[in-house]
Design a protein around this ligand. Structure first.
Ligand code: ATP
Ligand code: MG
Length: 311
């Protein structure tokens, strides 16, 4: 279980993390999503005890990240968002090196490493030099490395970034397998749909603050209550804008560039949507079309990170 309490990180005057609070239950796969610079890697580095927080704290399986970093490191497997340079090291030697640094005995490493290579589908590359592996392979090797001491909690910083669709599917399968082994997984991405496929719960971070949190279904449900509607007018655009702006269920109305349309966010069900159109027509508005635009998780992410709070 991971507990993050008022976690704050300042780089000089700049606040990268602003009182972040989050609880991640044991055995869940939690997706941390946010734009570039939102604070994902900062959070993960702090949880991995590689960076000190300015204020606040976090616990991993009850161990405090600043008071007991050694115990925390035994609990977690951390996959950073970069892969270092390992000149002249073969895949199997790389894992052996990390295994040894965790104090795993040579005989145990001999048993463990083939299993890990199999899990991440790299058995055929065990004698390749690490530096010549493809990006997707390096990513999988990095994941294998983070698993070497059989940690209960995995902190994976953008494990799927830069992978082709096939490699992403493979990564998802590996994560599924890890979840079935009972591991608690914290994973980040800047692509919400990518995480939605692999996580039970999602938190959206923006400018160092958590702006939404919930199950994928909950986030989708909230999205269903909010629709983007585009209205096209034959004439009298301003009068129509005035009418829609006065409706309580309408927000964030924006004029179209073509000069005869506008769009807005409508909060309500289908019945209320129909009523809105009916009332508009009863007001003699020259509506040519009134169309709901298909939204998806990506759109809602864009909406939220524009500063609109979901909850
Ligand atoms: N060492 C540092 N010194 C100064 N500012 C930093 C440092 N590390 C990160 N930052 C700033 O903190 C903010 C959060 O960075 P962070 O790397 O946590 O974002 P991220 O969500 O991981 O983004 P990305 O999707 O690009 O990986 C950014 O504005 C970044 O410029
Ligand atoms: Mg990052």
């Amino acid at each position: 279980m991971i507990e993050i309490i008022d976690l704050t990180k300042k780089y000089g005057k700049f606040t990268a993390l602003d009182k972040l609070n989050l609880t991640i239950e044991k055995g869940s796969v939690f997706g941390f999503v946010g734009q570039n610079g939102a604070g994902k890697s900062t959070t993960f580095s702090i949880l991995a005890t590689l960076l000190s927080p300015t204020a606040g704290t976090a616990y991993i399986n009850g161990f405090n990240i600043t008071k007991d970093p050694k115990a925390v490191r035994n609990q977690i497997g951390y996959m950073p968002d970069f892969f270092g340079i390992y000149d002249q090291l073969k895949t199997v030697e790389y894992l052996d090196f990390y295994g040894a640094s965790y104090g795993i005995s040579q005989s145990e490493r001999k048993k463990l490493i083939p299993q890990l290579l199999e899990l991440v589908n790299l058995t055929h590359k065990q004698d390749s030099y690490v530096d010549v592996l493809s990006r997707g392979m390096k990513q999988r090797l990095c994941l294998a490395r983070s698993l070497i001491h059989d940690p209960e909690v995995l902190i994976l910083d953008e494990p799927a970034s830069g992978l082709d669709p096939r490699a992403r599917v493979e990564m998802r399968e590996i994560l599924k397998e890890l979840k079935s082994m009972g591991k608690t997984i914290l994973i980040s991405s800047h692509i919400l749909p990518e995480l939605a496929e692999m996580c039970d719960t999602i938190g959206i971070i923006d400018q160092g603050r958590l702006v939404a949190q919930g199950s994928v279904a909950e986030i989708q449900q909230r999205l269903e209550g909010d629709k983007l509607i585009i209205v096209k007018l034959h004439s009298n655009l301003e009068r129509a804008i005035q009418f829609f702006e006065d409706q309580p269920a309408v927000s964030r109305l924006v004029k179209g560039e073509d000069g005869n349309s506008f769009q807005f966010i409508f909060t309500g069900n289908a019945e209320e949507q129909m009523q809105l159109l009916k009332t508009g027509l009863n007001h003699d508005l020259a509506i040519v079309s009134f169309a709901e635009v298909e939204t998806n998780l990506e759109d809602i992410f864009m909406e939220i990170t524009k500063g609109v709070e979901l909850t």
